[in-house]
Write a protein of this length. Sequence first.
Length: 276
Amino acid sequence: MSAAAAAPPQAPGWGRPGLVSAGGAPAAPGHYQAAHRPLEDIEALAATQGLGHLVLVQPSVYGNDHRVMLQALRQRPGRHAGVAVVDAGVSDATLDDLHAAGVRGARFNLVSPVGNRDSEAPALLAPRLAARGWHIQWYARATDLPRIAALHAMDDAPVAVLDHLAGLHPGVPPGPAWQALARLAAQGAWIKLSGWYRLGEPPSANSADWTGLDATLARVAALFGQRCVFGSDWPHTAYAPDALPDYASMAEPIVRALGAQAWADIRLGGARLYAP
């Protein structure tokens, strides 16, 4: 992480870029070593798309060591928000410190082999997260949606936020996943329009290969309405540093499937979910 720099001009939109990382920061066992990706880089990229407020998601590579993310949030007090990685044993004092820094959610990664996949932790943490106004962010497969919907049907469950189009790649058939998605939408969940290259068959960084998602995007937008939020998934850790998808291309599927006005509305809508 670089030293604090003067903030660039602030655009009104909200977007979830992904993560910031510091070269040399300790990685959790079994993870890759993150490259240096400072806050200033993503602020400059996001500003080109009218996004002045960012949501910094704790990288799985750092486990529940939030020092890099907290340093970034504290560079711009009150401007950006964060999503943490916590386990069931986290103290109330730690949750309160994270909240004071701008964290507004906890992420559970059910996809990565070394993600935080403790099946009991979300339910155990739910009352404490809800009491702070936090949401639970899920990086999950479409096959996980029924049990996620069941958890969020509990009394006093936090709001759910579904990463990367809820894993709904074009090959997901009608049936349990889509039915669970409809239940989550009825419960007030949000969905993140992001991670297109994670959903292709095979995955691709070329935006020309993402047209197969148009029908899925339209169906998801019809279910969730104004509870769609944009995510760039920057810095695209699945790709080599010299082969990253173009940042502007991350919005192309939204504009193509939903229209320019929907894209403008989605950029502003994140304030309802993330703003302090």
